[in-house]
Design a protein around this ligand. Structure first.
Ligand code: AMP
Length: 396
């Protein structure tokens, strides 16, 4: 496989699928530049190596063709400043103007193509459309992990036109490396921490992880389905009745595989779903009828933290409680701190999934964990054990 660090970019036009799907306000200003910032090292590497970059991305979810509010031209000024290069813009991602601009591109120059999703062919994975995009560059690079789980024209189908000259950018490379390290090369003990609202949506993750981890910690809203399945009284806490049997099956599966399954022993309960609710700490399986559990309790925090601090590999997805409300954030914060402490003692920690990433950022721990995945849905599908079309298209 070719890699960005070893490839000779001299005089090559590199067609890069980036993820510039950034939020814009009413004045079309970027309100969160993270995704663009993350792609800068990849683009700079190409330019420094004597190549030019043709960038393609989607932005938002346009329905019927071009729309001002989804135009990628709005990112040109910021991107030009960050790269210190005046970025050229093709107001159609295929067609004559794009071809002319691409063919005139010189080493060190950057061309950004208009939103790929102004064509329905992009999400349909249309071959002809892919071919037209492919004709613009000499080399294909995918650096958009966030869309790697989609078989779209620019994320997967296009790769066939570059059988020799295709590779990951730095974001993709790091994401794939970090998740592979956890799934296939974990130092032990390996602990997975799962939280968030519901068990549904995480069933395949649990199944895949049971074959790999030493410890599985379950918190968040999903813990109550497990507690209730074992006969616990959980009041008005979140439970998914249709998954009670599956929860029991998971508990059994963990037992059979010698995986330690850690469920909370206590919970912070509230008399309504509100930060100003009355709260109490109770044992987790004897919650009064009108109350609901909104965070793990101090005893569980202590117990979970100990397991985490003794781990050498950690995967964390999903908050321990309703951490958006200050009074139910203590469990999530404590777990985040325990992950950071384990990392400082040499553990490899991977944080993935929107809300655990938000929690890590909220407590300023981004630099104290090993890797924060930006992938969202793509990352979850990867840890479910699925093959991502965007990854497969490059790796083969
Ligand atoms: P998910 O998208 O499944 O990872 O769920 C994240 C959401 O789960 C966050 O918005 C949390 O507020 C919510 N959550 C965590 N713990 C609980 C709980 N005990 N009851 C209800 N919602 C919860």
């Amino acid at each position: 496989m070719k890699t960005i660090d070893t490839f000779d970019f001299k005089n090559k036009k590199v067609l890069v699928r980036v993820d510039f799907n950034v939020p814009l306000n009413d004045q079309f200003e970027i309100t969160d530049t993270n995704r663009i910032d993350a792609a800068i090292p990849t683009i700079k590497k190409i330019l420094k190596g004597g190549g030019s970059a043709i960038l393609m991305s989607h932005l938002g979810r346009p329905k019927e063709g071009p729309e001002e509010k989804f135009s990628l031209k709005h990112v040109v000024p910021y991107l030009s400043r960050e790269l210190d290069v005046q970025v050229k813009f093709a107001d159609d991602c295929i067609g004559q103007s794009a071809r002319d601009l691409a063919s005139g591109l010189k080493p060190g120059e950057v061309l950004l193509l208009e939103n790929l999703r102004f064509y329905k062919e992009e999400t349909k994975g249309d071959e002809e459309f892919s071919k037209k995009l492919a004709s613009l560059g000499d080399v294909y690079m995918n650096d958009a992990f966030g869309t790697a789980h989609r078989a779209h024209a620019s994320t997967a189908i296009i790769a066939q036109y570059f059988p020799e000259d295709k590779m990951f950018g730095y974001i993709m490379e790091n994401e794939v490396k970090s998740i592979d390290r956890v799934l296939h090369d974990a130092r032990r003990p390996f602990t997975a921490i799962l939280g968030g609202a519901k068990v549904s949506g995480k069933i395949e993750i649990i199944n895949n992880l049971l074959d790999r981890v030493d410890n599985l910690i379950v918190g968040g809203g999903m813990m109550f389905t497990f507690i209730h399945a074992q006969g616990g009284h959980v009041g008005k806490s979140l439970i998914e009745d249709e998954l009670l049997e599956l929860a029991l099956h998971t508990i059994e599966g963990a037992h059979e595989r010698g995986v330690n399954l850690y469920l909370p022993t206590d919970a912070i309960i509230a008399d309504k779903f509100d930060n100003d609710a009355h709260t109490r700490i109770t044992v987790v399986d004897d919650i009064p009828d009108e109350w609901m559990g909104l965070d793990i309790g101090p005893d569980s925090v202590k117990h979970f933290s100990e397991v985490i601090k003794n781990s050498k590999t950690i995967l964390w997805n999903g908050p321990m409680g309703v951490f958006e409300m200050e009074n139910f954030a203590a469990g999530t914060k404590a777990i985040a701190l325990a992950v950071a402490e384990a990392t400082s003692k040499g553990a490899f920690s991977l944080i993935g999934g929107g809300d655990s990433v938000a929690a890590i950022n909220k407590y300023n721990l981004k630099d104290k964990v090993s890797y924060v995945s930006t992938g969202g849905g793509a990352m979850l599908e990867y840890i479910e054990g699925k093959e991502l079309p965007g990854v497969k298209a490059i790796k083969g």
